[in-house]
Design a binder for this molecule. Sequence first.
Ligand code: PLP
Length: 384
Amino acid sequence: MPLIYLDNAATSFPKPPTVAADMGNFLANEAVNPGRSGFDLSLKAGARLDNLRRRLAIFFKHPTQDPNRVVFTNNATEALNIAIQGVCIPGDHIVSTVLEHNSVLRPLFELQKTGIRHDLAPCDGRGFVEPVSIESLLKPETRLVVMTHASNVLGTVQPVDEIGALCRSRGIHFLLDAAQTAGVVPIDMAAIGADLLVFTGHKGLMGPTGTGGLLIAGEGNIKPTRWGGTGVRSAVRGHLEEYPYRLEAGTLNTVGLVGLNAGLDWLLTNDAGKIENELSTRLLKGLADIPSVSVVGLEKGEFDLSAASRTAVLSILVESMDPAKVGMFLDADWDIAVRTGLQCAPLVHEAMGTTHGGTIRISPGPFNTPQEIDILLEALASFK
Ligand SMILES: Cc1ncc(COP(=O)(O)O)c(C=O)c1O
């Protein structure tokens, strides 16, 4: 039985074939160090990166579309760390939410040890954070609001336009974690009013692992937390002040970024979000007929997944069966890959009452088929 992969919220798989093809070609023929030397091939590799920065600035609607304000990192976690630690100083206060991934929560709890406090806004029973809950936590010393665009457990897309406007009106930095939405939900950084936007390359953007980044709007006076080689003005003793070098140190993952560029190409002609939403809607309709299965945050039988409010990520529970056991049976007996447990976002589970055992997360990708969803439904119906 071929594998039915339904764990695209962890990383998208498979990737469009052009991703591996372009990476392979680049690796075989052009993979010299970008921008470190003056010969043609090095300049060409550097130009590929500049071009990708330009494309990403346009893709995310950066307010000035300045390619130099796109900083590459190895993943969203690294970009979040750079942004949070680069903006805040001891004595500051940060507001975030219980929906966050550990890539936000753990930096916040670490920073607490250095005198940077935080408060976390709650979510409602359906997994949405209300702007008023953020507002009520703001203090005079609040420097940063950081939050996920969509929950990686529930798929709920948050009201970030209102929260962005709130932050702007108070002069507070707004850092948006778009790890779960980039590529599947249109993102307009300027309209949202996000000062900082983090993306990962290996999920909805269809690129390989080891790619991600941070977009910086406005002054974005972020202090670097790593220093090193940039390939530019080597005689200068300190690290360069200007973006993107300011926050980049060391050789970039050029091979991976070539793959990310191919992923972006693919997204221009394929509406991944729409395909995934149709698959999720089919799944939800089918689940309505399986009495032993409940969907976390949704009423039984609810299946309106309008793209504006939810991604295709769903968390389910099977009555009187431990999620880990369900995952094991799906894997062993049906060759279906899903994620079970706490999904690196423990406070969502506290909020939804699913801490014990977590949930079974199902996240279709653009290469899944309706038939694969039907096989999953058949499998779930068999667990009685
Ligand atoms: C909401 C959210 N933020 C951040 C991350 C971290 O992404 P990465 O693995 O690229 O560091 C994830 C990954 O699952 C996520 O779902």
